[in-house]
Design a protein. Structure first.
Length: 232
């Protein structure tokens, strides 16, 4: 199974630990947050493929957070969890294109979310390869704010150069498999490479020995996308 990054936001510590044990056992990377604020602080530094969000969170309703996540992460699978019997929560979740999971739920219900995500990722990969995906060209405008947050460069120092290189490598790593591929990381990687080129930053090479520019183009060819740096 291809490893995924999974975010769990719930103020129930026992439930968070259950998710951590379950998905770590499946070789996925699990990050835990006890509030919406903690979860939001993780978003600029990680690309999450799946998010489990409790509706009753300290400081913010889960539906409000879920709406924000959906608006900014079109490929993310977002699961709204609640022990409330209020049918409006489920209806609103469906309206926002969020999955709904009523508490208590079984382990197989949580694992099914991963299976559904992987199946959807394969379908997206097929569309990309046939060039019918509406995001076939990077939707740069949709990620303008995130680009500014990810590559804030008041001055070029060794620390900034290292941060730029690490962000590019992390994004390229997420583009290596169909399950982890997403347009956010494609845009972030391309923006970082362009930033490095404009500023004259010397980037390290990939593990294979090729440049990160060559690695980006190689991954784009594998994913059925347009390479950017072959002529340079």
């Amino acid at each position: 199974m291809e490893p995924l990054n999974i975010l769990v936001i719930d103020d129930d510590a026992d439930l968070r630990q259950m998710f951590e044990r379950l998905f770590n056992g499946e070789q996925h990377q699990v990050l835990l947050a006890g509030s919406a604020e903690e979860g939001l602080h993780l978003l600029p530094h990680w690309t999450f493929h799946i998010a489990f969000v409790d509706h009753r969170l300290p400081g913010m309703e889960g539906l409000v957070l879920g709406e924000y996540l959906r608006r900014n992460n079109p490929d993310m699978s977002i699961v709204m969890m609640t022990g409330s019997g209020d049918p409006r929560i489920e209806r609103r979740s469906r309206d926002l294109a969020l999955k709904f999971m009523s508490k208590p739920f079984g382990i197989q219900d949580a694992l099914a979310v991963v299976d559904d995500y992987l199946a959807s990722a394969r379908e997206r990969e097929t569309r990309r390869r046939h060039s019918v995906d509406p995001a076939f060209d990077p939707p740069l405008g949709a990620f303008t704010e995130e680009i500014a947050q990810s590559f804030s460069l008041p001055k070029v120092s060794d620390r900034i150069e290292d941060g730029l290189a690490q962000t590019i490598k992390r994004c390229l790593n997420n583009l290596t498999t169909a399950a982890r591929y997403n347009e956010r990381d494609r845009v972030m990687a391309l923006s970082g490479l362009l930033t490095a080129r404009v500023l004259g930053v010397s980037l390290p090479r990939a593990k294979s020995g090729i440049t990160l520019f060559e690695e980006y183009d190689r991954l784009m060819v594998e994913r059925g996308r347009r390479p950017e740096f072959r002529a340079s």
